[in-house]
Ligand binder design. Structure first.
Ligand code: ST9
Ligand code: ZN
Ligand code: ZN
Length: 343
């Protein structure tokens, strides 16, 4: 850690220690978002109907591939690489991931990773942007339809984001997001089927764009809602995040949420990381083999056992990922770093 980086971290930690002044809170709806989400979901239902009635098979296959790419931009990109620093990536892989991420339009990586670090650090409190204690609907989509709780912003300002600010690829996406996102998420997925195999505008728009985008959003949101409610909790029974197989399959390996909240810096986001329920791990391992992904942190079985034994006394502190100030030196020392870059 550079001296500047450490000084910034210490300053943030000091600011964080101060309690935010108590403010009265009431829900303020954001009607623009409510209307847009209503349109999106109606359009997606119509898209699903068109898949079975008039869309070409190539358009449906295209939608599935775009779903897979966008989802990977969230899981391997925004989530495991940028929010948690669970592994490192060389620039070509970062460029692929940022492109995939832009296709998924879930806000730029800087905002996504910031909110996600806040989610882990202050999980299921008022400072958690999608606090699951406020119910399924709020944690699924409701949180995007109203102004944030003041604690989210106050506590969020205490999170160290210096690594993201230093990442040229992340900052490029942030700077140009309002040009790149409409092009990559909406225009190209509509034009490709039309020019590629003569699909109609309606089929291309409702299937490859609206249906595909809405599906990606809802599967992602299920991690915040369903995987914070239903499933087993083998690693920490005192937290709500749970191991949810169905979510893991659709979310490319991100449903193993009890494990993930206990070890957020593990690049596999699960203990075993079998590829069948964790496509993202297979994706990262492939790039590790060709040297584009490296320093992949994972948890040793003995660490898992130690942690499981410790769990239950309620003493553990949540961390947002690798490098959080609350990560114990013991955890750091025992972590296995695969494909470590030689000095
Ligand atoms: C979307 C995101 O869908 C989905 C994220 C899901 C995360 C899932 C995680 C699960 C685990 C990973 C698994 C992945 C699985 C993937 C599977 C794939 C198939 N800290 O935001 P504003 C500041 S997006 C510090 O406007 P409001 C902010 O900087 C969908 N500061 O708050 C700003 O300050 P300044 C598409 C913060 O007004 C000020 O506060 N996008 C923080 O309350 C105001 O910020 C949309 O729909 C923080 N945490 O509005 C857009 N937060 O002015 C949705 C904020 O100084 N968003 N600040 O710059 C919005 O419209 C608004 O954010 C809002 C809140 C209405 C929700
Ligand atoms: Zn969570
Ligand atoms: Zn996470």
């Amino acid at each position: 850690m550079s001296r500047i980086h450490q000084a910034a971290s210490e300053e943030l930690a000091e600011a964080c220690a101060k309690e935010a002044p108590e403010k009265e809170y009431r829900i303020v709806p954001v009607w623009r978002n409510i209307i847009l989400f209503a349109y999106l979901h109606l359009a997606a239902v119509y898209g699903a109907y068109l898949i079975f009635t008039s869309a070409k098979l190539a358009t449906t296959i295209c939608a599935i591939l775009l779903y897979q790419a966008g989802a990977t931009g969230i899981t391997a990109g925004a989530h495991r690489l940028w929010a948690h620093r669970a592994y490192k990536a060389k620039t070509p892989l970062k460029v692929i991931l940022i492109l995939f991420n832009t296709l998924a339009f879930q806000n730029h990586v800087y905002e996504w990773a910031r909110d996600h670090r806040v989610h882990h650090k202050f999980s299921e409190t008022n400072a958690d942007p999608h606090n699951a204690k406020r119910g399924f609907f709020f944690s699924h989509v409701g949180w995007l339809m109203c102004r944030k709780h003041p604690d989210v912003i106050a506590k969020g300002r205490c999170i160290d984001l210096s690594d993201l600010k230093e990442d040229k690829v992340v900052m490029f996406q942030k700077r140009h997001y309002m040009k790149l996102m409409p092009l990559v998420c909406f225009v190209l997925p509509t034009i490709i089927p039309m020019l590629g195999w003569g699909e109609s505008f309606l089929n291309a728009w409702f299937v490859a764009t609206m249906f595909r985008y809405t599906l990606t959003l809802n599967v992602t949101w299920l991690v915040n809602s369903a995987a914070h409610m239903w499933g087993q909790r083998p690693y920490d029974k005192f937290i709500n995040p749970a191991e949810n197989l169905a979510v893991a399959i659709f979310a490319l390996g991100e449903g193993w949420h009890n494990y993930h909240h206990v070890f957020p810096w593990d690049y596999k986001t699960s203990e075993l990381g079998t590829y069948s329920t964790n496509f993202t791990t297979a994706f990262i391992d492939f790039f590790a083999r060709i040297g584009w992904a490296y320093d992949c942190k994972t948890v040793s079985p003995s660490m898992v056992a130690t942690r499981a034994k410790r769990t239950g006394d309620g003493s553990h502190k949540d961390v947002w990922g690798w490098g959080d100030k609350d990560m114990t030196s013991e955890d750091k020392k025992e972590a296995t770093v695969l494909h470590e870059k030689s000095q």
